[in-house]
Design a binder for this molecule. Structure first.
Ligand code: GUN
Ligand code: FE
Length: 399
């Protein structure tokens, strides 16, 4: 019996093309695959229903009891995602994606509409699942303010979203310092936006200047954040990083120094980043985090201290559970087991009763070995039961 997994960053509509489209760098990938797919959700609500039902079911079947979902620009399909997560019993943070510049004309909204629709979705979520109170239990669905990333958001929009985050004291999420081309573009835009400075600022400083780096903010990637300045800024604000190791191999072309960030005291958790990352499984993401740390160690030519770089399955399991809860500021409610917390749990089992487990346990294995095998070799076949808020929400696979 383990705490359920917490996926800190997943694009629900992109589940439609997860497992394909890994042949372009980030900005071309957005134009070619992502924006057309997400736009389709506006016109075809039945499609939205189908894809959202599939992604919520698949994540639950993989033991993800909490997901931070990026939805789409349009508020109607966002409501559908809220309804489906609520009905299936998955804990979710759902964000209406905001873009008011540098997006296709048919998949871009005005600043005002982005703000209005964000407020509409927040109100809908509070209406559906209730508000968080200081004493009561956690509502199943929470809103999250979601500027897509700096290049597609004007300073006016970012400022207004920062204000909304304060007014509603709700979560914030976005992408930060993800890839070389994105970082360069952000800097150029900021230089123009600010007019009188010689050089654009880093993503972290820009987000912070609009009040978006809060202790309820989860920023995805962060591979190109600067160690001394940006990391310290995130730390001082209590802002966390969603580590997306597989996606980083494709778009970032580099590895996040996860272990070092943990040692510095930065809040950090793990994510799949569907469809930048193809797998819906947090066990898979956890393994990728271990592999990524090895790649970083090799790249640094093993000069660096192993204890400063390499993650093992235990670190990765922590990041997939309690690390995620801490990143959301919800460590008093989820991510581990203590009396009075929500019961968000999974039964991870290596038992091979139906002959479908990929894990083989021998008499020489102790309980620690079995747990390690589950972390390293396990998949959805080993996730026997899933509970959220004490309710059995196990997905019945019809294979
Ligand atoms: N940056 C802006 N949008 C996206 C997205 O949809 N996926 C990823 N990985 N990065 C982004
Ligand atoms: Fe992403």
């Amino acid at each position: 019996l383990c705490p359920g997994f917490i996926d800190l960053h997943v694009h629900a509509p992109q589940f439609a093309f997860a497992g394909t489209a890994t042949d372009r760098p980030l900005l071309q990938w957005l134009e070619t695959y992502t924006f057309p797919t997400e736009r389709r959700f506006r016109e075809d609500l039945k499609y939205a229903q189908t894809v959202y039902h599939a992604v919520v079911s698949e994540l639950l079947a993989n033991g993800t009891t909490t997901a931070v979902y990026f939805a789409t620009l349009d508020v109607e399909p966002c409501r559908i995602l809220v309804d489906i997560a609520f009905k299936q019993g998955q804990r979710a943070l759902v964000g209406k994606v905001c873009m008011d510049r540098n997006a296709p004309t048919d998949y871009c909204h005005s600043t005002e509409q982005n703000i209005r629709d964000t407020e509409t979705l927040i109100a809908y979520i509070y209406q559906t699942a209730g508000r968080r109170t200081s004493t009561g239990s956690l509502p199943l669905i929470l809103p999250v303010i979601t500027p897509r990333f700096i290049p597609t958001c004007t300073p006016q929009l970012l400022r207004a979203l920062g204000d909304l985050a304060k007014v509603h004291s709700c979560h914030v999420t976005s992408h930060i310092s993800e890839s070389v081309d994105e970082v360069e573009w952000s800097r150029q835009l900021d230089q123009v936006d600010q007019k009188n400075i010689s050089e654009g600022r880093s993503d972290a400083i820009v987000f912070d200047s609009y009040g978006l780096l809060t202790d309820q903010c989860i920023m995805a990637h962060g591979v190109y954040l600067q160690d001394d300045s940006d990391w310290a800024l995130l730390r001082s604000r209590g802002t966390s990083i969603a580590h997306c190791p597989l996606s980083n191999f494709f778009f970032a072309g580099n590895v996040l120094p996860t272990r070092r960030l943990m040692q510095r005291g930065n809040r950090i958790g793990l994510a799949t980043d569907i469809a930048g990352g193809s797998s819906p499984s947090m066990l898979h993401s956890a393994r990728m985090a271990v592999v990524a740390s090895r790649a970083l160690h090799h790249h640094q030519n093993t000069q660096s201290n192993e204890d400063d770089v390499i993650l093992d399955y235990r670190h990765a399991f922590f990041l997939a559970t309690l690390g995620g809860a801490e990143s959301l500021g919800l460590q008093d409610r989820i991510g581990t087991f203590r009396v009075g917390m929500e019961f968000d749990a999974i039964i991870l089992s290596a038992a091979n009763q139906d002959g479908r487990s990929p894990i083989h346990v021998f008499e020489t294995d102790n309980v620690g070995d079995v747990f390690q095998k589950l972390c390293v070799l396990g998949d959805d076949r080993n996730i026997r039961r899933v509970f959220v808020q004490g309710k059995d929400v196990t997905v019945q696979r019809t294979r």
